[in-house]
Structures are given as C-alpha cells and as structure tokens.
Design a protein around this ligand. Structure first.
Ligand SMILES: [Zn+2]
Ligand SMILES: [Zn+2]
Length: 644
C-alpha cells in the first residue's frame, strides 16, 4: 500500500500502482470526470500513470492553470492529427501550450493554408475528439524513435531527438497520430468540446533565421462550447478596449522614434492619471506608516554585484556607461538603493518596522520583439516600497500589505482577483532556494495564515518561490474578464544579509531584518494599461484627465464659462472651457467622445442665476445647479470614491 497526501493535508491509503484517476474516482465520479492531469510530488503527470510510492497528489482540472495547459498541449496533438488527414506528408516542429491556447509549428511542404481553411480543421478536430481516443504514453529507445521519424521523413523531430538522452524518450499516440513528446497529456480527446484556430504566423525552426521558416498555427480549445463563445466575445470587447487605441484617442501617451522603442512619453492627459495614482498611493502609504525616499537613476557596478543583479540579471539591464573609470548602470530595481538607506538609518528594534516607499523609475532591457504598448516597456515607474521588520512583526506587516491591496481593489472596482502564493520545494534548498528551511516554513505558514484569515482567494504553487523567499503574484481580472498579473509581493530573508543590513535587538545584539518587497499598484505603465481596458477609457471622476467640460452656448458666454472654470479649478477640479465657435450639440458630442465625466452648458439663464446646466457622460441632462452646489456635489463624489 502507499500513502497519498491530498492538498488539504489528509492522507489516504491506496494500493501500489493506482493512478490519480482511480484516486479521483474513489473520491467522487464527478471529480474523476473533470481530471485532466495530476500533480504528483510537485510534478505534473498523466492522470492515468501508475503511482508506486508515497506521494503528495493534487488533481488538476480546467480550473487549474496546469490543467488548462495540459489540455491545450494535448489539443496541439489533436490539431496535428487533423492536419495529417488533410495534408498528408506535413511535418511537425514543436507544439507547446501558451498562455491562451497552443500552437504547432508545421512544415506544410507544397500545401498552403489560409484562415478560410480553419473551419474544416476545427470540425475535423472535434470529429476526432468525439472518438475519445486515449493519449497513450510509450517509452521508446532512441534507436526506435529515430527509426520511426526517419521512416516518417520528419527531419524536425529527428533534430529534436539529437538533444535527447536514450532512456528518457517517450511517444504519445492518440488515434492515428504519434508524437515525440515528454507529456503530460489529458486522459483522452473526449475532454475537448470546442476548438478554434486563431492565427497563422511564420516561425523559423529553432528560432534561427538561417533555418527554414515553418507555419505556426495558433489555436485554443475548451471543455464547453459556451466557454469558447464567451472567450471570443471577450476578445472582441478587448479589441475595442485596446489600451493602445484608447490611449491614442484620449491622448494619454505616445511613443516616438527619436526617443526609442519601449519608452513611453506621457502626454498631459496621461500625466494627470499618473499624478492622481501617486496622490492616492502617497496618501495611503502615509496612513500606513510609510516614509518616502528618492534615489538616483544610475548606480555603480559594485552595488549590482552585491545585490546579485550582475551577472544573473545582466541580460535585462541596459549596458553600462563609463564615468571616471567606473561602470554605471541604469537601475533595474529600487531595492538595493532602499537597502542602502536602511543601512544608513542604523535602527534599533524600537524603530522597526521601517517602511521605505518610492515611485521609483527603473529601466529594463526588453527585446524589441517583446515590447507591447504600455504592457512591456523599457522604462517603468514603480509603486515600490520595502518593509524592514523583525520576524515577530512579519505577520502583521504582511497582513497590512494585503489590506492595502484589498483597499485598492475596492477603489478600482476590481471584483475578481487571486493571489498566487509560490512556495519552496524542500529538496531544492541550497540550490534553487536559500538554504534556511526553518525560515521558509515559518514565513510560508505566516503568509498562508494571513491569506486564510483575511479570506483572500489564493492558490498555492509549490516550487515556484523566489530564490530568497515566498512570493505572491497578484492576478486581477478586468471588467471584461481578462486576466492581468499586476503586482508581485515578495518576502525576502536573504538579500538583507547580503547587504549586511542589521538592527539592534532588545539585547543590544545585531540582527538581520526580514524585508517585504511590495508594489500593489505595480508600475504606472502596466497599471494604466490595465485601467484603460478595465474602464474602456471611461475613467472614474477622480482619475479622469478632464473632469468637467464647460460648454458656452455661444461666444457671448465665454467669459461666464471662464469664471465658472476658475471657481472649479480653485476647488481642485480639472475643468476646461470649450471656447470654439461651434454649435452646442457638436460641443456636447465632442465632450462625450473624449469621455469627460461632466459637461456644464452655460447660456443667458445660467449666467443670470450663477448656475450651470449639468450633463453627465453617458447619462444626459441632470438639471440645473448653482455653481457652488455643483462644486460641493463633485467634491463629495470624488471623496466617496476614494474613501473605500
Ligand atoms: Zn506533446
Ligand atoms: Zn524590491
């Protein structure tokens, strides 16, 4: 018999050689019907493979990222099978899962394919899927594998085989298709209920421009037709809300060839959003006991050697510049600078925790092919802070950081979020992870307890912690259900020691603090990119670049409009007069297009009564108000939005 430990900590006994699928059946038939793969001692494997030793087991379904990627990888095999039926003799490169779906690199030979061919391939995939063919794993010798693909005439698989060691090679077969693959795969094709090919691209074999260009076909599959429909609707909506498109329409930011790729220029409207976000962060951090610091953008090489950025992170840094015989680097992160400030403060335990905050600008070298609007840039402004605390203070500090996240989620109307809590793997201490088992277990426990206490949805991901401590990636979903990773929150019990950071404890001895790296609002670039999609450019009043547009019905009332504008500005409301000699209808339409939250129409009657006729974006006429009443109601509306 073997002992199987389930994620809830319970241990059950099973006969040696049982499979994850059988274990699922012993729990419930319904569960078993949804099992796509299994995580056994931290490794994702086929659900039907025998388990021979005591093991920890997590059953993976469509709700798990690894369940999804196993199904998508299996779908790549299914697509390949369909391709072979239409285009005999095609050859296959690699076919991995990606964030949303999968692709396969295919050498089509003399065949051509266009998006018009997608439908027949999708239909064929579903026809094959309905046969519920098993994905059958087979261990093969290298010789046997070479023989198979030589006979098949697939030079790409033969090329891949060169790098593989005899004794580790496996084939997977479903229906009439056999692939060289290490797996894992779903139990059978019947799980795939909806399929859609998305895109065609070119891809050089092994990413090498001197090699042949293959055809990369992207696809996605789902366990229910309804999910595919929803996914396609979401993509359609995301296209409308594309942050690059809306960013241009609303004049938020721009890129310029003289400045360089990945280096956004923030225009006046975008800068308002940045400054409002910083105001919110500064106020929130002030109330939470943070102190603000400022640090330079360039720094000497020696600091990045101490921090470990050089040489490990050098690829992501800008090349150095040489000044007075010293190498200087643009900073890729703010942490080392904050550590130096902490060292200079030389605190006693009474002064802890010390929370140092900065909207720090960092520079990272991203390859030009990876750059994407505001989502992948080379210059980023980070909502950064480092909290230095004792072990005893850690849980409270971590809880406070979480509360801050939750407060922000409320303000921004983010209803769906999950924290991905990455922990260490004991067998990799000293290699992948700092060798301090006790601290790992202690801090992981504390983090887990805080997450449970605060009722925060989280998933625990073993063996994905950072080198120096557990890590929490915060994933949020925009209003249209698209997922973003916004921020990372890390516990660090190694780097402070590397920097020789200490505080004097109650016994007047030197102790190393724990450090929490946190950035709830991520970077301005990524966060605003997210907000643009989330709000479809309809920023809430407090964030809107222009809050009020004042629209005189004719030029005669421009002076009164300007007077109203000054009164609003005096109360910190961003108002602008539309002085153009245009019809009022046109002025209203233009303000609506620019998504200005309030429009104030002013004419003879308004001037006489010292009033404004209020229109709300998307809601039309709101009636007339005295100017001071309007200001009071607007201030109140803004404060309510931020007082969550
Ligand atoms: Zn495969
Ligand atoms: Zn940091």
């Amino acid at each position: 018999m073997i002992n199987i430990t389930l994620p809830d900590g319970s241990v059950r006994e099973y006969a040696k050689g049982t499979s994850a699928l059988n274990i699922a059946k012993s729990i419930s038939e319904g569960l078993a019907r949804n099992v796509l793969a299994a995580k056994i001692n931290g490794e994702v494997r086929d659900a039907n493979r025998p388990i021979d030793t005591d093991a920890s087991l997590q059953l993976l379904t469509w709700n798990d990222a690894e369940g999804k990627s196993t199904m998508w990888h299996s779908s790549a095999h299914l697509m390949a099978e369909a391709f072979e039926q239409f285009y005999p003799g095609v050859k296959f490169g690699i076919g991995p899962p990606v964030d949303h779906g999968f692709y396969y690199d295919i050498d089509l030979g003399e065949h051509k394919i266009t998006p018009e061919d997608f439908k027949k391939i999708e239909d064929k995939m579903l026809e094959l899927a309905r046969k519920a063919n098993n994905y059958v794993r087979k261990e093969v010798s290298k010789e046997e594998a070479i023989k198979y693909f030589t006979e098949k005439g697939d030079e790409y698989k033969l090329d891949l085989l060169k790098d593989l060691t005899d004794g580790t090679i496996t084939f997977y077969t479903q229906g009439e298709f056999t692939d060289l693959c290490r797996g894992p795969h779903i139990p059978d094709t019947g799980f795939i209920k909806a399929a859609k090919l998305m895109n065609i691209a070119g891809a050089y074999w092994r990413g090498d421009e001197s090699k042949k260009q293959l055809t990369r076909i992207y696809g996605i599959t789902f366990p229910k037709q309804k999910e595919l429909t929803e996914y396609l609707e979401m993509l359609e909506e995301a296209k409308k809300r594309d942050h690059r498109k809306i960013g241009k329409e609303l004049e938020l930011f721009t890129f310029n060839e003289h400045v360089g790729p990945g280096l956004p220029l923030w225009m006046p409207n975008g800068t308002v959003i940045i400054e409002e976000l910083e105001k919110l962060a500064k106020r929130t951090e002030l109330l939470a006991g943070y102190q603000r610091v400022r640090t330079p953008h360039i720094t000497k090489e020696s600091m990045y050697i101490t921090s470990g950025h050089l040489p490990y992170y050098a690829d992501s840094m800008y090349p150095p510049m040489i000044l007075e015989g010293e190498k200087y680097y643009l900073k890729p992160m703010n942490c080392p600078h904050h550590h130096q400030i902490f060292a200079e403060m030389n605190p006693s335990y009474k002064e802890l925790p010390i929370r140092l905050a900065e909207y720090g600008t960092c520079y990272r070298y991203e390859q030009s092919g990876e750059l994407f609007g505001l989502m992948r840039v080379r210059c980023l402004q980070m909502n950064d802070a480092h909290i230095y605390c004792s072990k005893a203070q850690f849980a409270d500090e971590f809880r406070a950081v979480n509360d801050m996240y939750l407060k922000y989620f409320k303000i921004f109307g983010i209803d769906k979020y999950v924290m991905r809590f990455s922990t260490h793997e004991p067998s990799k201490l000293g290699k992948k992870y700092v060798d301090n088992s006790e601290l790992w277990l202690q801090t992981e426990d504390m983090v887990r307890n805080v997450l449970i206490d605060s009722n925060i949805p989280y998933i625990e991901v073993p063996d994905e912690g950072a080198f120096y401590g557990p890590k929490i990636d915060v994933q949020v979903w925009s209003a249209i259900g698209r997922e973003f990773t916004l921020a990372t929150n890390q516990v660090d019990f190694a780097i402070p020691a590397k920097f020789g950071l200490t505080y004097r404890n109650a016994q007047n001895e030197l102790e190393t603090p724990i450090c929490i790296h946190r950035a709830p609002l991520g970077t301005h670039e990524r966060f605003i990119g997210f907000l643009i999609e989330h709000y479809a450019g309809n920023f809430p009043l407090w964030l809107a670049p222009k809050q009020v547009s004042i629209l005189p019905v004719s030029e005669k009332y421009n002076d009164y409009a300007k007077k109203v504008s000054r009164l609003l500005n005096n109360s910190d409301i961003r108002a602008l007069v539309d002085e153009r000699n245009e019809k009022i209808g046109k002025k209203i339409r233009d303000a609506e297009i620019k998504k200005v939250p309030y429009m104030l129409v002013v004419g003879e009657k308004e001037e006489l009564e010292n009033a404004v006729a209020v229109r709300k974006h998307g809601h039309g006429d709101q009636g007339s108000l005295a100017v001071d009443e309007f200001i009071t109601s607007l201030r109140k509306e803004i404060e309510e939005m931020l007082s969550n």
